[in-house]
Design a binder for this molecule. Structure first.
Ligand code: ADP
Length: 483
């Protein structure tokens, strides 16, 4: 029998009903662990538990909260190999990628352990004589954290750590496909010294527990990362109720390659950005916008690089790219390739691979001869698929790059300082990369997009305080002023 895990409410395990198997996408015969999905009543109980824990947790000192996060961060870092192996096994990214993600989660916990000790308020003289004004930060209250499967520990960490750091309590609902990494993170934080109920784990279906976690009166804020459709639904349901809502949704991220680019750098940017983590990143470089003078040489160089790109078991040695996460994502990737063919594009690669073990393996795909209006350039595929748009010059490249409505990240490969500076200023994306892949960000600076990509305050780094606190402006007049 495989390992069993449960939801955690008020510090205690809660067994669910409906049994779910956490299956390894590299080897479908390998069941990583099993859990029982909980129902709406358990989600409500988790919110009650978070609400009960809120007054005491929000009154702890910053040092107490810092110590919990710091201890948790140390344990995550110390167990990076083991947790990375679990993550690779349940999600399918390669071991180096998975270990890197775990280390990132540890760094995030450490960052917020430090951040909470920084000064966050203001003291000002009023514009009226003798009055003092203070602007302080207070927790927003009970926060629902809803996360996707593609970063099973880093995304939860970058939402839960600032939530707890600034005195909120949390109900955390991870994606159904990756409960193991989520359970470990919650276990580590609880053992690091959180009081019961400050952090609750709800393992359940989005359609069952999601509506409770987004619309129940006990919820003060919802931070969500996932698909555009689900995110919009959450916003439509929660915003009229006055909930604070933060959404990180899709991305359609262009990498512009102009004639003067260093071709080796550009190839690495595209291959790492487009096919790293099997292309299953909201910041993936999913469109290459390439000027005429370098287009054919660039495509050839990318093809040559991909001929040395090994697809295999996520935990295998020397593997560059693991499997697609599950059958429905694989079907979606293949469907987009069919649509592209139907609209006149040429697809190179993208075959389903039989590697001898039952797993969702797919070769990287290049989709050549597309324009900004092709379906594949307007919708997020979320797989190892990069489409190419050939343009005459930089101005056309910028226009094609800005044609997307999901402006999360955009990159340019150029050796010309003026082109780099122009792109940085004129890209519509929330994050811009120069001679770097569109994916791959730091934890101490804001993360987020524009257009349909994001809603609400930015996540991560020094921006995180904006969502996870609400500001209070207080005016104090001395009782009887002395002159
Ligand atoms: P993905 O393609 O990354 O799975 P989803 O938007 O479907 O994107 O899922 C992201 C998260 O949202 C998951 O944890 C999922 O269970 C959850 N979810 C799905 N439906 C809802 C809903 N109606 N309300 C709240 N959360 C939901």
């Amino acid at each position: 029998m495989s390992r069993q895990i449960t939801s955690v409410v008020g510090g205690a395990p809660v067994a669910g009903g409906d049994g779910h198997a956490d299956v390894n996408p590299s080897d479908l015969a390998d069941v990583v662990l099993e859990y029982g999905a909980v129902d709406a009543a358990a989600a409500r109980a988790a919110l009650e538990s978070a609400a009960e824990a809120l007054p005491a947790w929000s009154r702890t000192t910053p040092w107490q909260r810092s110590e919990v996060l710091d201890r948790a961060g140390s344990e995550v870092l110390a167990r990076a190999d083991e947790l990375g192996d679990l993550l690779a096994r349940e999600e399918g990214k390669t071991l180096p990628e998975a270990r890197g993600e775990v280390v990132r989660a540890g760094q995030i916990l450490k960052y917020f352990a430090g951040a909470v000790l920084q000064p966050h308020g203001h003291v000002l003289d009023s514009v009226r004589p003798g009055i003092e004004v203070t602007v302080t930060r207070e927790p927003i209250g009970v926060v629902s954290v809803i996360t996707p499967w593609n970063f099973p520990i880093a995304i939860p960490a970058w939402k839960i750590a600032p939530a707890l750091a600034f005195g909120n309590t949390v109900v955390f609902k991870p994606a159904e496909l990756v409960p193991g990494s989520a359970w470990e993170l919650v276990d580590i934080l609880n053992r690091a010294g959180l009081p019961a109920g400050a952090l609750n784990l709800v393992l359940g279906r989005g359609s069952v527990v999601g509506p409770v976690l987004t619309t129940d009166p006990l919820v003060n804020g919802v931070t969500f990362t996932g698909s555009v459709g689900t995110g919009r639904g959450i916003l439509d349901a929660s915003a009229p109720l006055g909930r604070k809502v933060q959404l990180e949704l899709g991305g359609k991220n262009p990498l512009v390659v102009v004639d003067d680019a260093d071709i080796d750098i550009a190839v690495e940017c595209l291959v790492q950005g487009g096919f790293g983590s099997t292309g299953q990143r909201c910041t993936a470089s999913s469109i290459a916008v390439v000027t005429d003078g370098i287009h054919d040489r660039f495509v050839e160089a990318v093809r040559a690089r991909l001929s040395r790109w090994t697809v295999g078991d996520a935990r295998g040695a020397g593997v560059d790219m693991g499997p697609v996460v599950d059958p429905s994502q694989l079907a979606q990737d293949l469907r987009y390739l069919d649509v592209a063919r139907g609209e006149g594009a040429e697809v190179v690669g993208g075959d389903v691979l039989d590697l001898g073990t039952a797993g969702h393996y797919m070769a990287p795909a290049l989709v050549l001869g597309t324009t900004a209006t092709h379906t594949i350039n307007r919708e997020e595929v979320f797989g190892p698929v990069v489409s190419f748009i050939r343009v005459a010059n930089y101005d056309e490249a910028l226009a094609a790059a800005n044609a997307s409505t999901m402006n999360l990240s955009a990159g340019v490969c150029t050796t010309d300082l003026a082109t780099a500076a122009h792109f940085r200023r004129n890209s519509k994306a929330g994050m811009v990369m120069v001679n770097l892949p569109t994916a791959g960000v730091d934890f101490h600076v804001p993360f987020g997009g524009r257009g349909e990509s994001s809603h609400g305050p930015r996540e991560q780094g020094f921006a995180a305080i904006d969502f996870f606190t609400t500001s209070k402006t207080a005016y104090t007049a001395p009782g009887s002023p002395r002159t």
